[in-house]
Structure formats: C-alpha cells, structure tokens
Design a protein around this ligand. Structure first.
Ligand code: ADP
Ligand code: UDP
Length: 237
C-alpha cells in the first residue's frame, strides 16, 4: 500500500492517506518533544524502534483479545493502520508513582500502588492536555458513557497484559498513555503507539530509566536505553 497525501504531521509521527479510504500510513520520526513542546530534540533511531515495538505489542494484544488499529508493518518506519476518529482523551494508567502524578500530589516517585490508577487528559495541545474526569469528558461531548466504559475496560486489560509481559523482559511498567479511536461502525479500538515515548519503563532490578525520561530530564544515554528495551523485548517475543 503506497503513501499518498500527507494528512498530518505531529510531534513524533506523520500520517498519510492511502488509496484505501479506510487505511492510513503512520511514519515514525526521530523528533522528540517534552514539556508541552518547550523542549525539542531528536533521538537517533527512535522512529525505527517505536514503530517496531508498537507493532510487536499491538499484534500481541490483538492475539489476547484487545482490538487495535494495527494492520501491517510496511518498512522500518512505516506502518499501515485502520483509519479511526481519535477520541481526544489521553488515557493514562499508572502502577507506580512518577512524573506528573508525583509532582501534582507532592509524593516521591516509586510508590507501588495497591491497584492501578486510571486518569484522562483532554488531548488538546493549546490547553496543555488538562486533566479531566468522566463527567467532564461527557459534558464536553468527547465520548459517550458506553465509550468511556469500553476505554476504561480496555486500558486496564492492556495494563495487566503489558505489565506481565514487560516483567518477563526484566522491565517494570511504571505508567503509560494510550489513545483510542472509533472505527466507521463505531467500535472502539486501541490506536496510536506504545513505546518508550509513551510508557515509563524501569529496569526491574536497578530501576534504571529506560524511556523518554532520559530525554526529558537530560540524563544522557537515551538512544542506548531505547535500544536496550527493544533488545529485551525481541529476546522475549
Ligand atoms: P501528536 O499529534 O500528539 O503530535 P503524533 O506525532 O504521534 O502525535 O501524531 C500522530 C497522530 O495520529 C496523533 O494525533 C494520533 O492521535 C493520530 N493517530 C494515531 N493512530 C491513528 C489512526 N489509526 N487513525 C487516525 N489517527 C491516528
Ligand atoms: N504521556 C504521553 N504523552 C503525553 C503525556 C504523557 O505519552 O502527552 C505518557 C508518559 O510518557 C508517561 C505517562 O503518560 O509514561 C504519564 O505521564 P505523566 O502524566 O506523568 O506526565 P509527564 O511526566 O510526561 O509530564
């Protein structure tokens, strides 16, 4: 399937039309942003890793009963996906305190929760992706009650599946962000990506950060960290 018109260029990916109105090509870039776009840079080889990792994980989730947009990988950086209407919610699942949770509630990073937490942000760059709850999402007409219920159920199921899988790779899944979309018939499916850009992944033994926090916090070794988690995943899949 050929890439046609560029429909959208985001911070980490480009989205192209194809000759099939129901399919898109997403193309993963090495560009990285953080702090709502204030910090910009590039992580060499990231696009190739994020493309491959997302596809391996989505294919596995599909096998385990989670519907996704994934169709097939076309090249190192390009993947064919089902076109969806993205639900403008960033769905964040957390197993351990970190990032904005730690900051917002004034707690240290690394507190292991008794049960996962789930939160929504309004996917809106101009507003800085503000946190919102179910009733806010309903009031804004972002999703229906049934859609929110499906999203919540899928997100928690994805967490259980990914947490267990990453643990087998010696990696602790701290938190992550998912996006969901509607297929033309209205069914909700998992979309976008699952990568070290969108997940916090810590070495299970040393708690070393193997994700985008290395870039966000100028820790160095970002490329090596992405390569390391990819290597561990491939050894295990
Ligand atoms: P951002 O828009 O946050 O800068 P990206 O650079 O990752 O993010 O751009 C990819 C865009 O494509 C995102 O807006 C994402 O919501 C959207 N997207 C992901 N999967 C699909 C899909 N299957 N159909 C339509 N849009 C999608
Ligand atoms: N996340 C993301 N995109 C966003 C915001 C968050 O992929 O726009 C991911 C982030 O990588 C982390 C999780 O969601 O794995 C929780 O992020 P958090 O709310 O702690 O915000 P951050 O620390 O990234 O500002």
């Amino acid at each position: 399937m050929e890439k046609r018109e560029l429909l959208y260029e985001g911070k980490a990916k480009k989205v192209y039309a194809t000759d099939d109105g129901g399919l898109l090509v997403v193309s993963y870039k090495d560009d990285a942003t953080a702090l709502n776009g204030l910090k910009r840079g590039s992580i060499a080889g990231k696009g190739v890793i994020n493309n491959k990792m997302t596809n391996l994980l989505m294919a596995r989730l599909e096998q385990q009963g989670i519907p996704t947009h994934f169709v097939k990988q076309l090249s190192d950086r390009d993947t064919l996906v089902k076109k969806v209407a993205i639900v403008p919610l960033e769905v964040i699942v957390r197993n351990i305190s970190a990032g904005s949770f730690a900051k917002r509630y004034g707690v240290e990073e690394g507190i292991v929760f008794a049960a996962p937490t789930l939160e929504f942000s309004y996917k809106n760059d101009a507003l800085g992706d503000p946190l919102l709850n179910d009733s806010h999402a309903l009031a804004l007409g972002l999703a229906t009650e049934e859609e929110i219920a499906a999203i919540r159920r899928y997100a928690l199921a994805v967490n259980e599946l990914l947490k267990e899988f990453w643990l087998e790779c010696g990696v602790t899944l701290v938190d992550f962000k998912l996006e969901f979309g509607r297929l033309p018939g209205g069914a909700i499916v998992l979309a976008d990506e699952i990568s070290p850009d969108t997940c916090r992944l810590w070495d299970s033994k040393t708690h070393e950060k193997l994700d985008k926090d290395r870039f966000r916090r100028d820790l160095g070794g970002t490329e090596e960290a992405y390569e390391e988690v990819m290597r561990r995943l491939c050894e295990h899949i």
